[in-house]
Design a protein around this ligand. Sequence first.
Ligand SMILES: Cc1ncc(COP(=O)(O)O)c(C=O)c1O
Length: 347
Amino acid sequence: MCTALRQPHSGRRCRQNSRPRSCWNGRRSCWDAVLLWPGRRRHNGDGPAEIRRQNPHAGQPLRRHDRTFVKIFQPLGIETILTDLHDLDHVEDLVKHDPSIRLLYFETPANPTLACVDMTALASIAKRHDRLSAVDNTFATPYLQQPLRFGVDYIVHSTTKFLNGHGNSIAGALVTPHTAQMKMGGSIWQAMKLAGTNCSPWEAWLVHNGLKTLAVRMDRHCDNAMRIASFLRNDKNVERVNYCGLPSHPDHAIAKRQMRAFGGMLSFELAGGLEAGVKFMNRIKFCTLAPTLGDVDTLILHPASMSHLNIPKEVRLANGITDGLIRLSVGIEHVDDIIGDLEQAIG
Ligand SMILES: Cc1ncc(COP(=O)(O)O)c(C=O)c1O
């Protein structure tokens, strides 16, 4: 039995009932990144501090619709600006000319397009201009990608996902070589003590248990994902497969430089848009419909009818989240069982 909170159906008709709690109850990794952030002070006491977040399909910004940025960051005086972090010259230009920017914040591989960015280049830009960098390493895990090696200052993980691996705990982790901030009296230690971001012993025990099998699980996640990506590529009803392990993925070269293997996350575009997406989701039998990820069980999400239901369509599209996009968190089951289910659901 899958322990992730299962969403019974996809599509608008089940909107009221379909908001699974797992969508909302975590967020600790994001909170840590904000609350523990030492550069939250306003620059020179006036302009707002700024965080830039990866938006590989830069277009209409998602920022007004991202609850963490709007509900949490903004009241703290942290302005978030989205820009295309593939365009390194542009990023450097922005940082050079805007002293209020304090942090470059990115996700690689990114949700849900699996876009990857060059961590060495971004961390170097930050260092050259005396700024800091942070990465969300949740998709990759430290087994597949170790951002400190590339000069990144802070790494955040939702340990709820692959690190725990079994969908039974909620927690987050912050990793940094700036150890003075972590020690008693340091800024991170203070924030943890005052804001209470520590997880409970029970959650910690569950994550610790999960970590013992991280390597073997990740190897299997990666093998299964590669097999599934190859299968999907050859299906005539699938228009595009986003898996950074495929040589056809636009960021494959970056991923190859930074990652040991390519992880268990992928997404694909079904021909037929929203209708095809909803139909596909409602035919799924073996895999589990859920907005979380990183479990031993295969989890499927159709952002247009589930996680991104309330985002205006034009904003969704401008950010690469198309009507027929399906996100797959590939589990460690026998790969033939997963492929069989996808095949019958694609029809
Ligand atoms: C890449 C990534 N990081 C962080 C999070 C937040 O996870 P949590 O809600 O467990 O803090 C998510 C949630 O889906 C995610 O996809």
